[in-house]
Design a protein around this ligand. Structure first.
Ligand code: MG
Ligand code: MG
Length: 272
């Protein structure tokens, strides 16, 4: 069942999403060669707690850390460790936080120093596909419209769209209805309704769409060990249209990137 949120609840959820956005923004300056994912995890936990929030992933389904840290061929659900990042890596950081009883959940794939052009393009296309999906999140459309938009855009670039892992509704629990696959058919699936909040999160592989699950019970990698990218936003339907609750603006501020990609999906101005 889709749980529709009131305007007041959506504003509370915006706060939860922005705790995660600020955490990712803080991490953006720290991601560099020589830094371990476990170190970044500790920074994130401290930061989230300083915001009167609770790490959303820590202990959820027994996950051991604050961040899912998935370098290179890891798709999602990587466990932070002592291994230092090296120049040319990519690192997908997925972060959750609970504030005032509601979850924020979003993710960004960072470049560690200079990355190969084909990998950089994978990141750009995956992020662009996220907005292609968000565009379709409006009353009158269905789950399949979002999935189709993401799949079409990324497959046109020759990439593999992960099937086994999907986006989801978001609220007082981390995974609510509906499931939001990054593939699908137009006009199919559950109808979107006013007040729904979802996490849209394309997981896109440079090569095959196929993945494998590792024996730690968490880590998912591409079957061909080629790189994978993951970008995730929290989005509400307000007045029938998509309204971004999370933002990459803190990341862009830290990295000196200019972008207006979020502007079409923001009904109220973002104050950093
Ligand atoms: Mg996430
Ligand atoms: Mg999610």
């Amino acid at each position: 069942m889709i749980i529709q949120k009131t305007r007041e609840e959506i504003e509370i959820m915006r706060e939860s999403a922005l705790v995660v956005s600020r955490t990712l923004g803080m991490l953006a300056s720290e991601v560099k060669p020589g830094v371990s994912t476990l170190h970044l995890d500790k920074l994130a936990e401290e930061y989230i707690r300083s915001q009167d929030a609770i790490p959303g992933f820590l202990g959820l389904y027994d996950f051991p850390n604050t961040l899912c840290m998935s370098p290179n061929q890891q798709v999602v659900h990587g466990i932070p460790n002592d291994t230092p990042l090296v120049e040319g890596d990519i690192i997908s950081i997925d972060c959750g936080a609970i504030k005032n009883g509601f979850y924020g959940d979003h993710a960004y794939t960072f470049e560690v120093g200079e990355v190969a052009p084909e990998v950089k393009k994978l990141l750009d296309v995956t992020k662009a596909s996220l907005y292609k999906g968000i565009e379709q999140l409006k009353v009158g459309n269905r789950v399949g419209d979002v999935g189709y938009a993401i799949q079409k855009y990324t497959e046109d670039h020759g990439y593999g769209v992960v099937r086994e892992l999907v986006g989801h509704g978001l609220g007082k629990v981390m995974h609510e209805a509906p499931e939001m696959p990054n593939y699908g058919k137009r006009g199919r699936g559950k109808k979107f309704v006013e007040g729904m909040v979802v996490a849209i999160e394309p997981m896109i592989n440079l090569g095959t769409k196929n993945i494998k699950q590792h024996s730690d019970g968490w880590t998912i990698t591409t079957r061909d060990n080629k790189p994978s990218a993951h970008f995730e936003h929290d989005v509400a339907i307000v007045d029938g249209k998509p309204e971004l609750l999370s933002t990459f603006a803190y990341i862009y501020q830290a990295l000196g990137i200019e972008s207006d990609e979020e502007t079409p999906f923001r009904q109220q101005a973002l104050v950093l």
